[in-house]
Design a protein around this ligand. Structure first.
Ligand code: PMM
Length: 265
């Protein structure tokens, strides 16, 4: 899943695709690099982000979705029902819901529309202030299974679960979820996960040289390492900004030799 944030303020790619044309070109470039799904988002959910008016969010994402959806599978990354409805009507076929509360919108949009239930503790504006769990892995699993089962009951046929790395979680919580990803895989629901360029990698990689956080641009190795780990644990979808490197990792994990191995580059 390639990330396409059409926001002025997302933490790693905010403001990079200021107009529809540039955003669509980047989405197609990620598809050419091997992304199966392009995840279009119009509201930053980075820690501390302020909510965006759904009308503004829709204005940002709809033309991009309409242009991409004829050529590649598109997911809509939103927590607003009105945006989700409009995005699915514009051609998106996967609802990536960081609030895990919009399954009925996906169900109403048709049999070919899938749903990703992601776990978040709290709201983006405040979620990193004091995340707290007694048993992060068990609590996240139980929440996701309940939401996924409710989605099936409401009629969605394709239901994913995602632990929501960085969404109301300390670094220790994120690492525990990664270490025990097999617990989510064992639920039987396909697991999606996003570690790409996230803050915990910046802190993990910082070391003792006085740099407190490694900048976003230097988190590629950490992103691919965690994506590889997740795929080896059984995750079936990874959300990534650096698509080519992540797809290469997926091929290595799958042990595939490409039939036309002459020149992908
Ligand atoms: N992370 C972000 C946004 N949407 N959706 C899912 N399913 N999983 C994630 O981990 C996730 C997400 C935040 O990252 P961004 O600001 O780079 O989009």
């Amino acid at each position: 899943m390639g990330v396409l944030n059409v926001t002025p303020d997302s933490f790693s790619d905010g403001g990079r695709w200021p107009d529809t044309e540039a955003a669509v070109a980047h989405g197609l470039a990620m598809a050419a690099e091997g992304a199966d799904v392009i995840d279009v988002g119009g509201e930053s959910t980075r820690p501390g982000a302020e909510p965006v008016d759904p009308a503004e969010e829709a204005r940002r994402v709809l033309p991009v979705i309409a242009a991409l959806a004829t050529q590649v599978r598109v997911s809509i990354d939103t927590r607003h029902a009105s945006v989700a409805e409009a995005a699915l009507a514009a051609g998106a076929t996967l609802l990536n819901d960081v609030s895990a509360s919009l399954a009925e919108v996906a169900a109403a949009a048709g049999a070919d529309v899938g749903f990703v239930a992601m776990h978040m503790q709290g709201e983006p504006a405040t979620m990193q202030e004091a995340p707290r769990y007694d048993d992060v892995v068990g609590e996240v699993r139980d929440f996701l299974v309940a939401r996924a089962e409710a989605a099936l009951t409401s009629g969605v046929r394709e239901v994913w679960i995602d632990p929501g790395i960085g969404f109301g979680k300390t670094d220790e919580h994120n690492l525990a979820l990664l270490a025990h990803l097999d617990v989510l895989v064992a639920t039987g629901f396909p697991v999606a996960i996003g570690t790409s360029r996230k803050g915990f990698l910046g802190r993990l990689l910082a070391g003792s040289d006085g740099i407190s956080v490694v900048p976003v641009a230097d988190r590629l190795a950490g992103s691919v390492a965690t994506a590889t780990w997740a795929m080896l644990q059984g995750a079936k979808m990874v959300r990534a900004h650096d698509v080519r490197a992540t797809v290469d990792a997926a091929h290595v994990v799958a042990g595939e030799i490409e039939e036309d191995a002459t020149c992908r580059r």
